[in-house]
Design a protein around this ligand. Structure first.
Ligand SMILES: CCCCCCCCCCCC(=O)SCCNC(=O)CCNC(=O)[C@H](O)C(C)(C)COP(=O)(O)OP(=O)(O)OC[C@H]1O[C@@H](n2cnc3c(N)ncnc32)[C@H](O)[C@@H]1OP(=O)(O)O
Length: 208
C-alpha cells in the first residue's frame, strides 16, 4: 500500500532526525536554522490531521496494523522500531537503540526497556488468543542495556486464568542471547464488553 510505504519513509526520516538532533554538536546558529525549517515542515503536515478518537486511515486495527505504535510502528518518530515475529508461541523481537534512548551514559533508559517489554509481552498475549491490557508490569534490571547494539527480546505466555493472562519476557543482546539484561513479568486482563465500549467506543464507531 503506497500510503503505508510513505508513512514508513517519513517515520524513518524522523527517526534519523531524532538521532542526529540528539548527537549533533553543530553550533547554535545551525540549530536555530534547523528548528525554523522543521517548524515549517511540521505546520505543513498539520494542515490535515486526525483527532484522538479517529484511527489513522492507514491502520487496520483488527488486522494488527498500527503504523504509529511508539514501539513497533514504522511511522512513529519515537519507535526504535522493534520488529516482532512469533515462533512456536514465543514472541521474538529485534531492535537497536540509538542515543535518543540514552538514560545512563552509553546505556538505555530504564523506562525504554520497560516499554519494549510491555509491547513484546502484549504481543505474546495477543498471539495466544487472549488479548488484554496490561494491568501490572514487574521489571528486573540485571545489567544495563547497551545502545547501538543489536538486541534480542523474547516473551511468552505462562498462565491463563479466566480473563487474566501472565506473560514473561527478557532483553538480551543478539551476541549473547543467553545473558538476560532485563526481565519482566506482566499481567494482562481481557476486557469485558462494557469496558471495551467505555474505553474504545468512540474509536470503534468511526471504524464501523
Ligand atoms: C498482532 C498485533 C499485536 C498487538 C500487540 C499489542 C501489544 C500492546 C501492548 C501494550 C499494552 C498496553 O500498554 S495497554 C495500556 C496500559 N494499560 C492500561 O492502561 C490498563 C489500565 N487498566 C484498566 O483500564 C483496568 O484495569 C481494566 C479495564 C484493564 C480492567 O478493569 P478492572 O476494573 O481493573 O478489573 P476487572 O475487569 O474488574 O477485573 C478483571 C480481573 O483482573 C484482575 N486485576 C485487575 N487489575 C489487576 C492487577 N493490577 N493485578 C492483578 N490482577 C488484576 C481483577 O482482580 C479481576 O480478577 P478476577 O476477579 O476475574 O479473578
Amino acid at each position: 500500500m503506497k500510503r503505508r510505504e510513505a508513512i514508513t519513509e517519513l517515520g524513518d526520516a524522523l527517526r534519523t532526525l531524532a538521532e542526529h538532533a540528539t548527537t549533533t554538536e553543530m553550533p547554535a546558529g545551525d540549530l536555530l536554522r534547523a528548528a525554523a525549517e522543521l517548524r515549517e515542515i511540521a505546520a505543513r503536515l498539520g494542515e490535515r490531521s486526525r483527532g484522538r478518537s479517529t484511527l489513522p486511515s492507514a491502520d487496520d486495527l483488527l488486522g494488527g496494523v498500527r503504523m504509529y505504535n511508539p514501539v513497533t510502528g514504522g511511522g512513529s518518530a519515537l519507535a526504535p522500531p522493534l520488529r516482532i515475529e512469533v515462533v512456536a508461541g514465543v514472541a521474538i523481537g529485534r531492535c537497536t537503540l540509538g542515543l535518543a534512548f540514552e538514560g545512563p551514559p552509553r546505556f538505555a533508559h530504564g523506562g525504554v526497556s520497560a516499554m519494549l517489554l510491555d509491547q513484546i509481552l502484549g504481543h505474546a498475549v495477543v498471539a495466544s488468543g487472549n488479548p488484554g491490557m496490561t494491568v501490572r508490569l514487574d521489571t528486573v534490571y540485571r545489567a544495563p542495556v547497551p545502545l547501538l547494539t543489536p538486541l534480542r527480546l523474547t516473551a511468552e505466555v505462562r498462565h491463563v486464568d479466566g480473563r487474566r493472562v501472565t506473560a514473561t519476557g527478557t532483553i538480551a543482546t543478539e551476541a549473547e542471547p543467553g545473558t538476560t539484561l532485563v526481565s519482566a513479568s506482566g499481567t494482562f486482563v481481557g476486557l469485558r464488553a462494557d469496558q471495551t465500549r467505555r474505553l474504545f467506543g468512540p474509536v470503534l464507531q468511526t471504524e464501523a
